[in-house]
Structures are given as structure tokens and as C-alpha cells.
Design a protein around this ligand. Sequence first.
Ligand SMILES: Cc1cc2nc3c(=O)[nH]c(=O)nc-3n(C[C@H](O)[C@H](O)[C@H](O)COP(=O)(O)O)c2cc1C
Length: 209
Amino acid sequence: MTSGPVKAIATLTLLAAAIAAGLAGLNELTAERIAVNIAESQAQTLREVLPAGRYNNVPAMDIQQRDAPRLAPDEPTTIYRARRGSQPIATAIPVDAPDGYVSNIRLLVGLDTSGVITGVRVLEHNETPGLGDRIDTAKSDWLLQFSGLSASNPEPAAWALSNESGEFDQITGATITSRAALRAIRRVLDFHAEQGSTLFGATPAADSP
Ligand SMILES: Cc1cc2nc3c(=O)[nH]c(=O)nc-3n(C[C@H](O)[C@H](O)[C@H](O)COP(=O)(O)O)c2cc1C
């Protein structure tokens, strides 16, 4: 017959094993849930910057990787492609603005094949609440003004903040944030002007810096 202490230890061991197994399962579920949430949020942002109703593929699954230091200095950029059947419609291009006030600001810029901006959203930022965080369309409409513009509309010299003789008013009290975002959008326009025609093929060699 099993003695008292041995039985207690056996019970505790079984209990611990059951708890560990339960926690492992929970961890797996949580990780899965987080991955699903990230995928859903990415898909939502892609829908916001790409021209609704004009494409019928799944851009999150139709990507091209590019080494483009002007878009992201340290890692390859994933470019998302929107097509209708086999016809290229638009791309969504992430870009880093390392010159934000607090830290890097990452934007996602949608452009149709002629280089007209179809939408811009913030993917990541740490700008100050009440000041630079108005870059986020949940806080202000500032970023929405870029839809419909292109490298030649307004003319290149006007692609600057109004306190630098440009056409764009800065977010009040957040000139640095505004300038960083504007410059990042311009880098995407430049990249698209040079590389746009290659974005629907297979991943080519590195972009020029
Ligand atoms: C605590 C604190 C937080 C700030 N956060 C930001 C910010 O998120 N973005 C920004 O551009 N400027 C920020 N600024 C303001 C800058 O220091 C700078 O004054 C401002 O960008 C100048 O632009 P303005 O001409 O719009 O005032 C902050 C200043 C302080 C003191």
C-alpha cells in the first residue's frame, strides 16, 4: 500500500504536470490569437490604403521583398500588391521615418500604378500624446490630406511644410513629426517613380540607396 507522503507527492506531481500542460496549451492559444490579431490589423490597414473595389486579390498574400535603404535602412521592405485578375492596380509600401520627434515612425503608403497616393496610415509610432500622435488618423485627419496627390501634384517644390515654403500645414506643435512623415511619403513617391514598373514582377536585385 502507498504511504501518505508518497501518495501526496505523487498527487502533487500529477497536479503540477496537469497545470504545466494546461499553461502550455493556453500559451499556444494566446500566441495563435496574437498572430491572428496582427494579421487582421495588417489586413485592415492594407484595405485602408488600397483603392477599395478596384482589386480582387489578397494583397497580404501577394508580396515582393525589396532591399531599399531609403524606405527602411536595416531590413528588406515588404511591398504589397493589389491586382484585378492579372492587371496591376496598386501597391502598399511601408516606409520608416527615423527622424520622428521621439523615435522611428513607420507609415504605409498606398499608390496606384500611375503613382497617385490612394491612402497613408501610420503602422507604428511613439510620438507624444496630444502633439505628434496626431499623425495617427485615429487622432486627427492630418495624414488623410495626402490621398489623391502624386509626385507632380503639387509640384515637387511644394512638397514641404508651409513654414518651409511648401504646401502642407504642420500638425500644431509637432513640426518635427510632420516633417518626418512628409519626407517619408516623398521618399515613397521617388521610389515608386523609379521602381514602380518593377514592383509586380518577381523580387529583383537591390534598389539603389
Ligand atoms: C514634452 C514635449 C514633447 C514634444 N513632443 C513633440 C512631438 O511629438 N512631435 C513634435 O514634432 N514636436 C514635439 N515637441 C515640440 C518640439 O520640441 C518643437 O518645439 C516643435 O516640434 C516645434 O514645432 P512647432 O513650430 O510646431 O511648435 C515636444 C516638446 C516637448 C517639450
